[in-house]
Design a protein around this ligand. Structure first.
Ligand SMILES: [Zn+2]
Length: 155
């Protein structure tokens, strides 16, 4: 015998009657301190007593935050030499020799965009032009002596 009736059992929602008004309509409360409300008796004094001042230790003369050395921040400024679209004579920062930079043009996103625009506007036979025109590419300057990278000129 299975008790299927147990599943049907459900707790009735407690229909709590709405609380009556705090005061009857005709009642005019004179003072809020009336003992009509079941206030818990204020047994302990509730006002926050001020904490006693910490005992001043006259022996400890250590004042924090005074002996802070001046923090000298060395900002590593990488001074890349200003390079142009042409090979430029400059001192190589790597081998410190006066060299004329070797240029290595690099296709950039701008190059591809220019080629894409050419194709878009029907100039697709000319799509290769941005890849040839150096001004559409970034020029990487390298030292011909040591091969160090010096800088890039973004055309
Ligand atoms: Zn060099």
């Amino acid at each position: 015998m299975s008790e299927k009736g147990a599943a049907a059992y459900q707790t009735e929602p407690l229909n709590q009657p709405p609380y009556p008004a705090q005061s009857p309509p005709g009642y005019v409360p004179q003072l809020p301190q009336a003992t009509a409300y079941p206030h818990p008796p204020a047994g302990a004094p509730n006002y926050a007593h001020p904490a006693p001042p910490p005992p001043y230790d006259a022996n400890s003369n250590v004042i924090h935050g005074v002996q802070q050395p001046a923090v000298t921040t060395y900002v590593q400024v990488v001074t890349r030499p200003q390079v142009g679209p042409d090979p430029s004579a400059m001192m190589c920062p790597s081998c410190t020799k006066q060299v004329v930079t070797r240029l290595d043009y690099d296709s950039t996103t701008k190059t591809h965009i220019a080629a894409g625009l050419l194709c878009l506007f029907g100039c697709w036979p000319c799509f290769w032009i941005p890849y040839v025109v150096d001004s559409c590419k970034s020029a990487n300057h390298y030292c011909p002596n040591c091969g160090a990278y010096i800088g890039t000129y973004h055309g």
